[in-house]
Design a protein around this ligand. Structure first.
Ligand SMILES: Cc1ncc(COP(=O)(O)O)c(C=O)c1O
Length: 394
């Protein structure tokens, strides 16, 4: 055997399909192709002024050093205030870990709790990284699929997959890619189930303020006894459009869990970027109108997208209740979403993400965080390209 073989882990972990589509769209654009990118996962809004000024100020100090491993006191204080304001939970620095995006916070969580063979349960459609992260941590992903034609699992469907091997449940609401929000009754039942079974429940709340039509995301703490098994992950990427800072966090009343997550981080990345932490703290404590501006723009874009999608025959769409993604069923045209997405990229020059990546083939994720004009022109191009497909019999 060669010494240059890759680990079994490396051989089983796939590429991130969303990052791949972004790279492909970028490369085609660079070649001069008029690509419309409706596959993206970041708001086009410019960074909040306060965040920009904080970076400049920090850079001017010429002190760009290692920072405390799990976050600067200023940023942790800002996260504590955010947690109090949005979840009614009083937390201190020992309850918070700041990481390189919610993504690393999630990964730290899995590394801290999963033993080989442990199961981690989450519903489809799911964020592309969940299965791969669970596998990297040595666990087994257990995917709960909703009934045909639905984008949300019922509590009964989810509860049926919880076994003695279940270590945690991951919930993302509003959901990437479906844009659907789990209602209060569902959240209440899952919180109570996780508490009764003594398993962790991680709420991936990265889109929790980007909800439409007056909706508010239920607060899981309303239904929990002591919150010891509950973890909330969030960050500045989506709310403030600060994806490039790579700042997210996890909060829990369970200090030994947060401490273990901190050890994972200290031994891998040491700490976060000093500049980014200053900017994230400024965004959290600065003028918050940018969130409402973004939310209302996204709601408008959602409506524009829905009106355009309605013009495409034979697809099934459920109105997104939050996020900046729609997840329509295009299986009439091709049940292999990878093939269909590739066709649309080549034929219509529109980038969308195949549903296969989110555990639901036949669907396409179409983002509405692009400009209104891109949304309108992009969907019209998709419609025309679909009209060119051979007509189905029957
Ligand atoms: C559901 C979900 N969770 C977590 C993340 C990670 O966000 P970040 O690492 O940028 O904070 C994303 C990003 O796309 C996401 O969609």
């Amino acid at each position: 055997m060669s010494d240059l073989t890759l680990s079994k882990r490396a051989q089983t972990i796939g590429d991130s399909p969303t990052l791949k589509i972004n790279a492909l769209a970028r490369a085609l654009k660079k070649e001069g192709k008029p690509i419309i990118h409706l596959g993206g996962g970041e708001p086009v809004f410019p960074a909040p002024q306060a965040a920009v000024e904080a970076i400049i100020e920090k850079a001017k100090s010429r002190k760009i050093k290692y920072s405390p491993s799990t976050g600067t006191p200023e940023l942790k204080e800002a996260v504590a205030q955010y947690t109090l304001a949005n979840y009614g939970q009083k937390v201190g620095p020992e309850n918070i870990i700041v990481s390189a995006g919610a993504k690393q916070a999630l990964f730290n969580f899995l590394l801290a709790i999963v033993n080989a063979g442990d199961e981690v349960v989450f519903p489809a459609p799911y964020w592309v990284s969940y299965p791969e992260m669970v596998k990297m941590a040595g666990g087994t992903p257990v995917i709960v699929r909703p009934a045909k034609g639905r984008l949300r699992v019922s509590f009964e469907e989810l509860a049926a997959t919880v076994t003695d091997k279940t270590k945690a449940i991951l919930l993302n609401s509003p959901n990437n890619p479906s844009g659907q929000v789990f209602d209060a009754d569902f959240i209440k039942q899952v919180v109570q189930l996780a508490e009764k079974k003594q398993i962790f429940l991680l709420m991936d709340d990265i889109y929790h303020k980007l909800v439409f039509d007056g909706k508010v995301c239920p607060n899981p703490y309303d239904y929990s006894q002591d919150g010891q098994n509950l973890v909330i992950a969030n960050g500045v990427s989506k709310l403030y459009g600060l994806t490039g800072l790579r700042i997210g966090w996890a909060v829990s009343q369970n200090r030994s869990l947060i401490s273990a997550m901190g050890r994972m981080q200290a031994q891998s990345t040491s700490c976060n970027s000093d500049l980014s932490e200053a900017a994230a703290a400024a965004a959290l404590t600065g003028d918050q109108r940018c969130i409402e501006d973004l939310r209302s723009l996204l709601q408008h874009n959602r409506d524009v997208l829905m009106a355009e999608l309605e013009q495409i025959p034979h697809i099934r769409v459920q109105k997104p209740q939050g996020t900046f993604y729609s997840f329509a069923d295009f299986s009439y045209y091709n049940s292999d979403s990878q093939v269909l997405a590739q066709y649309l990229l080549e034929e219509a020059l529109v980038a969308v993400v195949p549903g296969q990546a989110f555990g639901m083939d036949g669907h396409l994720r179409i983002s509405f965080c692009a400009s209104e004009d891109s949304i309108v022109q992009g969907v019209r191009r998709i419609k025309r390209a679909l009209e060119n497909l051979p007509i189905k019999e029957g």
